[in-house]
Design a protein around this ligand. Sequence first.
Ligand code: SAM
Length: 264
Amino acid sequence: MYKLFSKIKKFLYKYILNYLKYEFTEFIPNSESKEHQKNELIKTNIKSYTSSMLNISQWFYNQDVTYLSNLNVDENVTTSLHNMFENHGSDKNKHGYDILYSYVFSKISNNPTILEIGIGTNNKQIASNMGKYGKPGASLRAFSQYFATSEIYGADVDKNILFNFKNIKTFYLNQNDIDTFNNKLIENKKFDLIIDDGLHMQSANLNTLRFSLDRLNQKGALVIEDIPLSALDTWKIVATLLAKPFDLEIVQCMDNFAVILNKN
Ligand SMILES: C[S@@+](CC[C@H](N)C(=O)[O-])C[C@H]1O[C@@H](n2cnc3c(N)ncnc32)[C@H](O)[C@@H]1O
């Protein structure tokens, strides 16, 4: 009877009164407080956590932001990439990523093994979908045209859009579950370029970064696309955590930011 009563109470607190202590255990204050106070304190704790961490990290190191227009790029590479993204139906040009990848390609191997997370789905039930008119696989096909002899891998949470074509192979991966990164298809493989164009949220991006620390070749790069201003603090903090052979660049693109993790 007592067990049933506490189960009902927990259900009420968690789902009806939305007490946050059940979801955000690491943010519960370790101080005596009433339940409704606890909720407010948990919110304060979550809201100020990242900005406080940034503040502390900036005491040691202040990460610069570079403008897209200041990147040293080969105009011919930018133009070919622009045309390929456009012809295959990727929206990468609209963010200025034709310029960004022109810069990245100048730093990595000229026959790179590539992994891109986020193939592109039209399924509106899936977060970060391309909408009705997007072309699944667009950027992979553009990279395949540019690097015709490279090994190119794509990964996505939507199993219905997986495909193989020429030098492209794809597999299922859920960025929220780090165990799914190590798919059999890429077991023990190292990459010259890893691209995160998937879910576009910090915890998912951080899983990609954790994977990349292990799986980048020397002179390799991880590019994290579509970072909004509201998420930038996380990347400034990450920049202070890195040590040799890794470093990080933050690039302000047309309508958002991109992070490049280099393995030197
Ligand atoms: C913007 S689309 C990628 C577009 C493609 N890279 C291009 O430029 O042509 C983002 C993709 O991320 C995928 N995605 C969403 N959540 C994901 C997750 N948790 N793990 C992996 N992929 C995810 C979506 O299914 C979608 O296909």
